[in-house]
Write a new protein. Sequence first.
Length: 304
Amino acid sequence: MPIAFPTPQPRAALILMLLAVGIIWGGTFGLARTGGAGGIPTLGYGFWFHFGGGIGLLAFALLQRSRATPSRGLALYTVLGGLSVNALPSFFMFSSVRHVPTGVMAVIITLGPVITYAASLAMRYERFVATRALGTLAGLVGVALIVLPRASLPEPGMAAWVLLALMCPTVHGVGSIYVARARPAGLDSWMVGALFQLASAAFVLPIALATGQFYMPGTATLKADLALLVHAGTGVLSQFLMYEILRLAGAVFMSQVAYIVTVAGIFWGWLLFGEQLSPWIWLAAAVIVAGVVLVTRPVPAQAS
């Protein structure tokens, strides 16, 4: 029997799926940081994460007898989707998490819902709502509280890496809107994940080879290799669930996973690395979460 979720899906089941994705993603910051600390280059780590996850997703897709009819439209969807929700966000995250505490990364990811709403508004997929606009502004204030005060980060030089980290939720937020709205009919979530992950691996491989960052498994520490293996393996489940949520509930609902990622990321950073965040970071988290609440609250229907 194919493994898929019917539509419409009960909200409780969607929330459980969102929880699973958030807990997994919250742990990925620590896994990527462990891989980097153990000697795996950024692009080498990215290639094996995408390739390993893509092979796992493809195996499940074939078991489910998924179909993907080759076409120009499918090729464009694969390239744009693979870049926007996988390859580019992963590169920004893998690069910056080596220089920024995982707890700070988790707070930054909380901007996902704010960015998704702002992008939807710019693309005219959402109408202007004052509370959501206020939430977007609150998200920007939260970022300023991380970047501007000298006491907010362990080292002032991390500010540039924080700005790079901001590209992760920005690109992913815009990409998730495209992925949800442009998805070809009949393409299930196993196949979507497989196509995007393998396309991402294909993007990363030549760059990794050209820059000398290709990594041969077994040449770093065992701990780093295990982190990469766990990251790719859990990515199979989280990628499938992400595309199911996008299919069933859309990009704005999916963006609320940022709540869970933030809490899980801070917890994993404390548990694995003993990170202690400054009061500025906690204040930023509170402001950003307030912004997310404003952005994602239900919108009253327009009077006809």
